[in-house]
Design a protein around this ligand. Structure first.
Ligand SMILES: Cc1cc2nc3c(=O)[nH]c(=O)nc-3n(C[C@H](O)[C@H](O)[C@H](O)COP(=O)(O)OP(=O)(O)OC[C@H]3O[C@@H](n4cnc5c(N)ncnc54)[C@H](O)[C@@H]3O)c2cc1C
Length: 461
């Protein structure tokens, strides 16, 4: 079994040769720090709108080295934040509705650009299933459905599937019901990010790799090779943001880990189903997420070790044996037919979590400093919408996107250590214990431990 090496997605794609590093000081109209989906989509839409713009991207490792080349491959319209918190903005509930509508459109926008630009990322829009594997999870699903309806989402957006209806799509052992939403697609993440990097460089963006930025200030991104000066400097570093001076408590680097099986045989697929290629998650507090890959495997992820003291970031993606064992248990429990395929690769990555769990897209017109991120694990589609929005903000275009409630949203900073570490680790101890109790007791009520966890974390529901 391979472990780390960035991700299975990159091993399957082939890690591309490095692009050149920044040769020395330079000037640009826009400088983008970080070449994941956020930075690349921003560059893409800037160049499409104004091909003459001089756009320089500075990337510490290589394009797609971060979460964008390691994620679960859900292009999801899920809101990266809390409805109630965004509704506190001047746009109110209508603003939230519009953000959600834009996110749903974004799933199609990603597909449209892939088709237009010849990026083969294995995109299939099969929707998403959230299964309940205990009565308490089922109660939460039904409660969530009521919430969706109270916000005006009808069965075109989300609907409940009975155990039998779920089984017509796929057989998940122990499932008692599910929610289904059509607004999600599956991709091979590295294929998407590699394709995007090629497209933007062909459009004339100067993308420098192995060029870590050591500090960002108005008009200047500093590197060991020299400074890039530009009226707009955009920070697109999501889970890595804590390493930048002055940003240590802005976004918490949350770890997420994945495993992938070997290819499943025809018999196994016949018994599981999953012919619609829906993405799949559960309603546990420490939830899992999965996809059926284009090459006939199951890729499955979960939280693992959620957080390292002092916002430490693990760079090589290697996963501890206990996390691999934990994810393997989930795989065997939900898909006994997949056991024979074994686990071929495990890896992890970091995503960015703001203190109020609400993502933001911002540009300070006074300094020209901009940033986007904090998608809390729902960043694949959101980064496209954020990139389009940042491009409009930089160009000074007032568009429907620049009025969305996440634009200019400010989250509080995280607590200093050791409170941050104790809080996050404690939260996941509570969540995992609650999950165990809920499965063992078979009670339809959510464990009080989980409610205590929600209160500590401020996690939106
Ligand atoms: C295991 C895992 C599974 C996930 N699954 C999903 C999913 O299925 N669906 C979903 O919607 N979201 C998912 N996410 C979240 C999603 O992948 C991210 O939110 C999204 O990719 C963020 O993109 P980004 O460009 O903002 O950040 P990243 O992709 O992390 O890119 C940031 C880039 O900045 C570079 N960088 C950092 N610091 C510097 C510096 N100082 N100088 C220069 N460059 C720098 C990094 O090397 C990196 O390439 C998952 C995340 C992980 C880790």
């Amino acid at each position: 079994m391979r472990n780390g090496e960035v991700s299975y997605w990159w091993q399957a794609h082939g890690i591309p040769p490095r692009r050149p590093s920044l040769p020395g000081s330079a000037e640009a109209d826009v400088c983008i720090v970080g070449a994941g989906y956020t930075g690349l989509w921003t560059a893409y839409y800037l160049k499409r709108a104004d091909p003459g713009l001089r756009v320089v991207m500075l990337e510490a490792a290589f394009a797609g080295y971060g979460a964008s080349g390691r994620n679960g491959g859900w292009v999801t319209a899920g809101l990266p934040g809390s409805r109630a918190r965004y509704a506190a903005s001047p746009q109110g509930r209508n603003g939230v509705r519009e953000l959600e509508r834009q996110l749903r459109g974004t799933v199609d926008e990603v597909g449209r650009v892939c088709a237009a630009e010849g990026i083969d990322a294995g995109l299939v829009k099969g929707g998403t299933l959230t299964v309940a594997t205990s009565p308490a999870q089922d109660t939460r699903l039904r409660h969530q459905l009521e919430q969706e309806r109270s916000w005006g989402d009808d069965s075109e957006v989300v609907r409940y599937l009975t155990k039998e209806e779920l089984a017509e799509r796929m057989r998940v052992a122990g499932a008692v019901g599910a929610l289904y939403s059509p607004h999600c697609a599956r991709i091979q993440p590295a294929d998407l990010v590699a394709g995007l990097a090629d497209v933007v460089t062909r459009a004339g963006v100067l993308l420098y790799e192995a060029t870590p930025v050591t500090s960002i200030s108005a008009g200047r991104a500093r590197t060991a090779a020299g400074d890039v000066r530009a009226p707009y400097i955009l920070r697109c570093t999501e889970g890595f943001t804590a390493d930048l001076p002055g940003q240590h408590r802005t976004l918490l680097p949350m770890n997420s880990s994945m495993i992938i099986t070997g290819p499943l045989g025809d018999e196994a697929w016949k018994s599981i189903g999953w012919d619609g290629f829906e993405t799949l998650g559960d309603e546990a507090h420490a939830y899992m997420y999965a996809q059926r890959t284009a090459d006939g495997r199951i890729a499955l992820g979960g939280r693992g070790v959620p957080y390292r003291f002092g916002s430490g970031i693990d760079h090589d993606g290697a996963v501890g044996t206990s996390t691999i064992a934990q994810l393997g248990r989930i795989l065997r429990r939900m898909f006994p037919a997949a056991v024979g395929a074994g686990i071929e690769h495990a890896w992890c990555g970091v995503l960015g979590v703001p203190r109020d769990w609400c993502a933001t897209v911002s540009l300070d017109p006074g300094t020209g400093l901009g940033w986007a991120g904090g998608y809390t694990g729902q960043g694949v589609a959101a980064a496209n919408l954020a990139g389009r929005t940042l491009a409009d903000l930089v160009r000074g275009v007032a568009s429907p996107l620049t009025g969305l409630p996440w634009v200019g949203h400010r989250s509080p900073r995280w607590e200093p250590e050791p409170a941050r570490w104790a809080g996050v680790r404690g939260l996941y101890v509570l969540y995992r214990t609650a999950d165990r109790l809920e499965s063992a007791r078979r009670s339809p009520r959510t464990s009080v431990l989980a409610r205590a966890g929600d209160l500590i974390s401020g996690l939106p529901h």
